[in-house]
Design a binder for this molecule. Structure first.
Ligand SMILES: C[S@@+](CC[C@H](N)C(=O)[O-])C[C@H]1O[C@@H](n2cnc3c(N)ncnc32)[C@H](O)[C@@H]1O
Ligand SMILES: [Zn+2]
Ligand SMILES: [Zn+2]
Ligand SMILES: [Zn+2]
Length: 281
């Protein structure tokens, strides 16, 4: 069985109101029930227990890792006194510094998602979406990190089983398929990461879909080859405004939902929530 021990020191003080849900601060591998010879699960388990060893050698006395092997994707926003995603320059693959790096964590400018969600997030009943939603009680600057979309990491086979089951018993879907393409020739093959926060998840599971979203999601790797799905602000977001991302942003993301009306009220609303048949092997 997998015994992934994260070396990260995430601080996350949120919890679920619903006691039947388990609050997790970061992704966990789902527990495989019977199929011991499931090669897809075994591959996931190997990945989940692997540690990335591509550390940097930065050791400057100043704020460092701006230009290091990993850096370049985040920038320091002095007005907001926080590190944010450099939305205009950000590369497809985001690697944060980790315990494999020589830099000083207190000075490194390439550690953001690993510190956990921002303060001030609140789960509310959304009058727009007629269900739960997530807001921030403080302004979030463009590029600001909000939280991870954390849940159980699934194989295609398990996702397929769960989608069929959930479609019959739930009116919502939380399973997210995140596809990374070979845009910069860095990846040999497209990688799909499947996250299910239905039963075990963090505060990210309350973010609704909008056709004109104020947030976007990106894959971020820290010490594990399986990426975290990180939610960032696409623009400045005022306090109290509901946080949303697009459930089918380009070819990369897909939160599969039953074909149903979209309630987002944006001027460019397509009328329906994104829908696609996931190709399961
Ligand atoms: C990841 S959950 C979001 C949190 C959810 N509202 C809740 O109460 O837990 C996704 C589900 O929220 C609802 N939802 C999200 N965005 C929506 C939208 N634009 N229009 C209608 N329903 C939406 C759908 O039921 C969808 O399956
Ligand atoms: Zn580094
Ligand atoms: Zn660093
Ligand atoms: Zn819409």
């Amino acid at each position: 069985m997998s015994e992934h021990k994260s070396s990260l020191n995430i601080s996350d003080f949120y919890e679920h109101e619903d006691v039947s849900l388990e609050y997790i601060m970061e992704n966990v591998l789902y527990v495989e029930k019977k199929d011991d010879d499931d090669s897809e699960f075994q591959h996931l388990e190997r990945e989940y227990n692997s540690i990335l060893l591509n550390g940097c050698d930065c050791n400057s006395e100043k704020i460092n890792c701006i230009k290091c092997l990993h850096g370049r994707n985040y920038k320091w926003l002095s007005e907001a006194t926080e590190l944010v995603l450099d939305v205009d320059k950000c590369e497809d693959l985001i690697y944060e510094c980790s315990s494999a790096c020589k830099c000083d964590p207190s000075k490194c400018s390439n550690r953001l998602v690993q510190n956990g969600p921002r303060a001030g997030l609140k789960v509310v009943h959304s009058n727009i979406f007629k269900s739960k939603g997530l807001i921030s009680s403080e302004l979030i600057p463009r590029g600001g990190f909000i939280c991870e979309y954390a849940g159980e990491i699934l194989s295609f086979k398990e996702a397929s089983k769960r989608l069929k089951k959930y479609e019959q018993i739930l009116d919502k879907n939380y399973i997210l398929f995140m596809k990374e393409w070979n845009k910069n020739q860095v990846l040999k093959n497209p990688i799909t990461t499947i996250i299910d926060p239905t039963q075990k998840g963090n505060i990210g599971r309350y973010i609704n879909h909008s056709c004109d979203p104020n947030c976007e999601i990106r894959c971020v790797r820290i010490d594990c080859p399986i990426p975290k799905i990180a939610v960032f602000a696409k623009r400045d977001i005022k306090a109290g405004v509901e946080l949303c991302f697009h459930y089918n942003g380009g070819d990369e993301i897909l939160l599969k939902v039953q074909r149903r009306l979209c309630l987002c009220r944006s001027a460019n609303c397509s009328g329906y929530m994104p829908y696609a048949n996931i190709e399961l092997p």
